[in-house]
Design a protein. Structure first.
Length: 158
């Protein structure tokens, strides 16, 4: 991303309809509120094909709306170009991490740093559990974790 002069982050989960669009929305709002959004390329994606083209889960949208966080996203899958275009690829759990590391080995000139978003959690909760089979409270937990992690990540990369 040096060519554009922007920093870049891609948030990744299994389907790109729950955790990663929440993280993307939270981070985008923090960067906007901090006056640095124009310095960032921010997106989210999936490791699977399950939800491509779908909007975020309605429970996640309701959670974000209750916190005043805008959420506009259409699910997409991680591409080979993402590994060269993004400075950071931050994922939600060990399964995502394993799949991203497997895919990265197939890409030449990888420049992305692949990490768990939870590695930035000051509360040391490294895994952000998938709320898909849960309820509104589970989406709230994801929102809270993403908020802590994104705040720390942004502070580390300001």
């Amino acid at each position: 991303m040096a060519a554009t002069g922007k920093k870049s982050v891609l948030f990744v989960c299994l389907g790109n309809i729950c955790r990663s669009p929440i993280a993307e929305g939270v981070f985008r709002k923090m960067a906007t509120d901090g006056g640095v959004v124009d310095k960032w390329m921010i997106d989210s994606a999936a490791t699977s094909n399950y939800e491509i083209g779908n909007p975020p889960d309605h429970r996640g949208q309701a959670c974000m709306k209750s916190h005043g966080v805008p959420m506009q996203h259409e699910a997409r899958k991680v591409t080979n170009d993402d590994f060269m275009s993004f400075e950071y690829i931050l994922c939600m759990d060990e399964s995502n991490l394993s799949e991203l590391n497997r895919r990265a080995k197939l890409v030449k000139n990888i420049s992305a740093k692949i990490e768990l978003l939870g590695s930035y959690d000051p509360d040391k909760q490294r895994i952000i559990e998938d709320p898909y089979n849960g309820n509104a409270k589970d989406f709230e937990t994801v929102y809270e974790q993403c908020t802590r992690c994104c705040k720390a990540f942004l502070e580390n990369n300001s």
